[in-house]
Design a protein. Sequence first.
Length: 445
Amino acid sequence: MAYVPNTDNDRKVMFDAIGVDKFDDLIANIPDEIKLKNDLNLPPQLSELEALALLKSYAAKNISTDSHICFMGGGAYDHYIPAMVGSVLERPEFKTAYTPYQAEVSQGTLQVMYEYQSCITSLTGMDVSNASQYDAGSALAEACMLAQAQTNKREVLFAGTINPNYLTVTNTITAGLGLNFKTIKTPDGYCDLNALKLAISDKTAAVVVSQPNFLGTLEDVKKIEEICHSVGALYVVVVNPISLGLLEAPGKYNADIVLGEGQPMGIPLNFGGPYLGFFAIKKEFLRKMPGRVCGVTEDNRGNRAFVLTLQTREQQIKREKATSNICTNQGLMMLASTVYMETMGKEGIRETAEQAFQKAHYLAKKICELPGFKMANDKPFFNEFLIKPPVPACEIITQGIKNGFLPGVNVSDFIPEQDGLLIAVTEKRSKDEMDKFIEFLSKIS
């Protein structure tokens, strides 16, 4: 953020120019009960040098993956980001870009959109991708709305455990549509296939499954697909994109909509955002897909040219008939993911997935050899697994932070009826780091 020093006189000049007497006049419409009233104990006026030093001292208090060995997951993962990603992101023509309203003038931005869409369709095995959305939560909400618009039904079944944050966002965004959400899962959190068969009906618009699910378990996606399509519902699959380096692409098992969180592909953890939602579909749903689609053509001189071929946006061509009011893609985050996918390539993503898989299984095996520790279930998993420890997960997390670890996620913080420590492993974790973590856990009692 730029340092902009304003004196009292500077502020008076600005207030006079816009016709107010004081800053409070600018926020007069905000209710008093939600305004911040407590004293922030801010220091006196500081020079740029002094302000920067103070902010650095505040930042040094943060716990990060630079200072702690990270085993946290639950939707955001500590993956390696090639230097190429940051180098391209810093280019001013990309960094300063907003939504290109005169889109065809922005050929560089449109080319990135086109390449991003091509990478996502290749990764997911789907026909069409949009140019990204805000995050996986809003993408899931859009998938539910698309299913309702396509089928004219309002029941959505969640098969197994979906990330609770995604569900919260979906409930908020779709609140006015009267959708009826039901979760079908076993006490261990994976999909109960028999219960799903009994629950699904000709009123079901969509069945949503997460592969892997929020607790790390791999679901039986092919059997769920058969149950879903037996009543003509849309099959929505939420995926970890890195897992597709190893797991079968959802397009291969007849998914209708595939979405997920793009953070693992070149986006830093960033204390929770901004991230990116990817969204891919079968081509028959193209006209109901939210967001923007970029295509390639030729200009009147025969040169390759990129154009926005579909933008079902309320600000432009469809107005009140638009499929969505999400009016911009996550431009910089989309660029980061595109550069990541193209830098890593098919083999690089596969190796990343293989390392995460092998290291997670090594760590899980070693932890289960410790007295009092056991797996929550015996289901297969990718790079994340739920451990039942001999002490509350929150105690392990507190002690772990003191010992240089981010041990994982306390599941009960997200799902009150569940308990345990959700541990994620990426390709960044070395054997030495994992062995140190095991040694730390061995002292827990």
